[in-house]
Write a protein that binds this ligand. Structure first.
Ligand code: PLP
Length: 303
């Protein structure tokens, strides 16, 4: 298959440093440090039934990531939001996935000084993405505890959303080699963090628990913590060890790309009775119900 054929099958619309174009035609210059050095940050947002979920919070987090990497765009938060709303409107998609990125940009010839680059905004909108396929969502994911350690926040503050994904990606190969589908990555001290593109929760004796350190602080995770509060369910945010996951009654992942997904196998053994658990289902249903709450989302005007 040619590159052109591969790209042609990608639906969506992009905004590349001021220009709108079909996602299949969107490219970044090879000299952009976003490509050469992973010198880029991003945020992932979703649209559900024509409304953008927690847009303001995503943009605030995107701004914090940019500030953390000492990047800036000549755009206010409202202007960035308007570009994204406009992109969604142009696609007409009611259920969609938005990527918004700020790249360091191109360095002038003869220097490697990142301060001299003009930071660039890239964004695109695609039909909604699920991290797990339909069958996996129904039966639950198979997870293993990776041997690959998560890049420590002492080296790269993991609250900054980044494309330094090789720890996450290589952990996936471990999962596939062991007949599983997803991973959770440990730190050197044996506590666990998160997986490739998601935060993790587990349930033990009715109490919800999620790791507190070296993680990207997901908006879906935030939604789950709020839901737990509203359902008067205890939620502990603390250091978690792999052995606790093995002994859990339920485990689930939380991410923008698909919401809450049950994990029904950990390290080759069933979690609970090996079926998606009732607390996971309750939180998942409540998560999707909140998408009707107009205070949590921004309507896209498609006319
Ligand atoms: C490493 C990592 N952790 C957690 C998350 C979940 O964040 P959110 O719920 O905001 O999508 C993501 C999402 O992309 C991620 O990449």
């Amino acid at each position: 298959m040619s590159t052109q054929d591969e790209l042609a099958s990608i639906p969506g619309l992009a905004y590349m440093d001021g220009k709108y174009l079909p996602l299949a035609e969107a490219t970044i210059p090879i000299a952009d440090r976003g490509f050469l050095r992973s010198d880029i940050t991003y945020d992932a947002i979703h649209v559900w039934k024509g409304r953008i979920y927690r847009l303001r919070e995503h943009i605030k987090r995107f701004r914090a990531s940019m500030t953390g990497l000492r990047m800036d765009l000549a755009l206010t938060d409202d202007e960035i939001s308007e570009i994204l709303v406009d992109l969604v409107r142009r696609t007409g998609y009611r259920d969609a996935f938005i990527m918004v990125m700020c790249s360091r940009g191109i360095q002038p010839p003869g220097t490697r000084d990142p301060r001299l680059c003009r930071n660039r905004l890239y964004a695109y909108v695609q039909p909604f993405l699920w991290i797990a396929n339909e069958e996996q969502r129904r039966r639950g994911l198979k997870m293993v505890l990776a041997k690959t350690q998560r890049i420590p926040s002492e080296a790269l503050d993991q609250r900054i959303k980044n494309f330094h994904w090789l720890d996450l990606t290589m952990s996936l190969f471990e999962a596939y080699d062991r007949g599983a589908e997803v991973t959770i990555l440990p730190l050197a001290d044996g506590t666990v963090t998160e997986g490739p593109g998601f935060n993790v929760f587990f349930v033990k004796d009715g109490v919800l628990v999620t790791p507190d350190r070296n993680i990207f602080e997901g908006i879906t995770r935030r939604s789950v913590i709020e839901i737990a509060g509203d359902l008067q369910m205890r939620c502990e945010i603390r250091a978690v060890r792999g052995a606790e996951l093995s002994a859990a009654d339920e485990i689930f992942t939380a991410t923008t790309a698909g919401g809450i997904t049950p994990v029904t196998e950990f390290e080759g053994r069933p979690i609970g009775d090996g079926k998606p658990g009732p607390i996971t289902a309750r939180i998942r249903d409540e998560y999707w119900r909140r998408h009707d709450d107009e205070t949590l989302s921004t309507a896209v005007s498609y006319e």
